[in-house]
Design a protein around this ligand. Structure first.
Ligand code: ZN
Length: 176
């Protein structure tokens, strides 16, 4: 299953069974009934810098934060962190930018938090290594559960979209 590639087979079997029974949406909605109110790029910038101030003060400053509609269908749906290097007055200066897929505008607050925490951790660690996940858990103790549930949410959305088009979902392609 796309989005859930790294998880154990028995977990994936449970997800498939729930999806086949048409219960995946219900399961997610019951656990995450709320919607957040962070609807603009400005609000997302404030939300992100607040988290950064609280937990990652020493990380490089953020130059730009925003929603990106092009990430909806991109492989890297969870978000995109970029460090754009520019030559400025002979010095190389990295511009830190966080972009979050627009589909997360209409998501539970827990999922937005997970995405932003993930992207903030990338300010310090570019790889998904142990240090990276330690940072994520430092900012959000429920990080691993939330990442799984966010992936479940993405998988469910994709299934719904495929069903409404009468098509079957595209073959497994695990991407973070
Ligand atoms: Zn990442």
């Amino acid at each position: 299953m796309r989005f859930l590639g790294g998880y154990p087979p028995n977990v994936l079997d449970q997800v498939r069974a729930m999806a086949a029974a048409g219960k995946l949406g219900e399961h997610i909605a019951r656990r995450y009934p709320q919607r957040h109110t962070v609807q603009t790029d400005r609000a997302l910038y404030d939300y992100t810098t607040e988290l950064k101030q609280e937990y990652l003060r020493s990380a490089p400053p953020l130059h730009k934060v925003g929603y990106d509609a092009r990430l909806d269908t991109a492989q890297h749906a969870l978000g995109l962190h970029t460090a754009i290097s520019r030559v400025q007055g002979g010095k190389l200066k990295a511009k830190k930018e966080i972009r979050v897929a627009s589909l997360f505008k209409d998501a539970p607050p827990e999922f937005l938090r997970m995405i932003v925490v993930h992207e903030l951790a990338h300010l310090k660690e570019s790889d998904h290594n142990k240090a990276f996940y330690r940072l994520c858990e430092h900012m959000e103790p429920q990080y691993h559960q939330l990442e799984f549930d966010t992936r479940l949410y993405l998988a469910w959305r994709e299934l719904e979209a495929a069903q409404s088009k009468g098509a079957t979902p595209s073959p497994a392609q695990s991407q973070l």
